[in-house]
Design a binder for this molecule. Structure first.
Ligand SMILES: Cc1cc2nc3c(=O)[nH]c(=O)nc-3n(C[C@H](O)[C@H](O)[C@H](O)COP(=O)(O)OP(=O)(O)OC[C@H]3O[C@@H](n4cnc5c(N)ncnc54)[C@H](O)[C@@H]3O)c2cc1C
Length: 353
């Protein structure tokens, strides 16, 4: 079966790309490895600006709007910042949020086919098309492919991109407390920098007794468990916790100046390691890169003029460089100057910025 575009992965990047592509009458196939709605371990915090980016009112899927962020420097120097405007954080449940975007894409002009439980197992790119095979043996073709298959992108491996991927590590815990405990803390997100070497811990109030918590580090060979226990112990009283679920995850580390596209394959979101080198934030960049990739493909297909073979790839990489990478490069310099070498300087500068 032939489509205009195949999207691999139905996370934030994939859903955002689908939303953009179906603005036109294009045929789009989304293949997703897991069963939808799929679980995505993620704290689900992003700035309100994503509503503007997506052109959507997200109030149906926003679980909480934090009014304050409490910052700490290794449990010291508490600083409470009131948030407002486009940078104010919203909190979502990722499985619900990502599916909401995908369902919005179904209402567009284009034809969209979504197959879950359909992991990509093989990929071939030729001069005029891309061919994919799923683990069930189905074969599909398209003019372009958007890789939105996350941190350990199989597409990137097949395409010969992102060969030197590096990962930071994080452990996430979903904590369910009494509603009365939650009520006391629902308005403030907590970020405790350096409560673990070269990293931070977070406690984000999600909804009715539910907190998303975790700890992550860019440091190597660090056993996160004792740091996590200490961090949680200081915030939660033992008898207020009803249930916990713990999982471990790699966070792709952003590296500047890496090719993220071939002539017909564009890597987006975590597949392209578009994450903040300071906080690991990645949802916004996944949404943005998915949208940019889709928009360039959409206009190229509609435009029907004979363009150079590498037009889409060059346009995409230039657009990502001018927007997302500009921001990430700033954080990268900041992180390498202060985060890894001078935590106190980092803390003072970060919270001022
Ligand atoms: C513990 C943790 C907490 C985080 N908290 C935050 C936060 O609060 N705010 C923030 O901005 N960022 C956060 N991030 C980062 C954020 O989760 C990612 O940057 C974001 O999910 C990237 O979106 P994506 O669409 O690129 O990838 P994903 O959301 O990972 O989606 C990839 C999709 O591809 C599918 N897939 C994988 N392989 C295949 C295959 N072979 N075939 C088909 N489908 C496939 C997967 O099943 C998945 O559905 C956090 C990350 C972690 C690990």
């Amino acid at each position: 079966m032939k489509f205009d575009v195949i999207i691999v992965g139905a996370g934030a990047a994939g859903a955002s790309a689908a939303l953009e592509l179906t603005k036109d009458d294009l045929s789009v196939l989304v293949i997703e490895k897991l069963s939808l709605p799929r679980e995505k371990p993620c704290a689900g915090a992003m700035s309100r600006s994503v509503e503007k980016l997506l052109g959507l009112d997200l109030s149906k899927v926003i679980k909480n709007r934090a009014k304050f962020i409490k910052f700490y420097n290794n449990y010291q120097e508490e600083l409470i910042i009131e948030t407002s405007g486009l940078r104010a954080p919203i909190l979502v449940n990722r499985s619900e949020f990502d599916l909401y975007l995908l369902n919005k894409a179904r209402t567009g002009k284009g034809e969209i086919v979504i197959y879950d439980q359909s992991a990509l197992s093989l990929l071939r790119e030729s001069n005029d098309k891309v061919m994919v095979k799923t683990k069930h043996g189905q074969i599909y073709e398209s003019s372009y492919l958007i890789a939105a298959d996350g941190a350990i992108s199989k597409v990137a491996t097949f395409a010969g991109l992102m060969k030197n991927r590096k990962f930071a590590q994080a452990v996430e815990v979903e904590i369910y407390t009494s509603e009365s405990f939650y009520k006391k803390h629902e308005k403030a997100m907590t970020m405790n920098f350096f409560c673990v070497p070269e990293g931070y811990g977070w406690i984000f109030p999600k909804e009715k007794g539910h907190f998303s918590c975790g700890i992550g580090t860019w440091g190597k060979h660090i056993d996160l468990k004792p740091y996590l226990n200490n961090f949680l112990h200081k915030f939660f009283k033992k008898n207020c916790i009803k249930d916990t679920r713990l999982s471990r995850h790699p966070i792709p580390v952003y590296q500047a100046n890496h090719p993220i596209a071939t002539n017909r394959i564009l890597l987006t979101g975590d597949a392209a390691a578009l994450t903040s080198p300071v906080t690991g934030e990645g949802i916004r960049f996944a949404l943005q890169s998915g949208k940019i990739a889709a928009s360039i493909i959409r206009h190229t297909i509609k435009n029907q003029k004979k363009l150079p073979e590498n037009f889409v790839s060059e346009e995409y990489q230039r657009a990502v460089k001018d927007t997302i990478e500009k921001e990430l490069n700033f954080y990268l310099t900041f992180a390498s100057l202060a985060f890894h070498g001078n935590p106190n300087l980092f803390y003072k500068t970060f919270i001022k910025s």
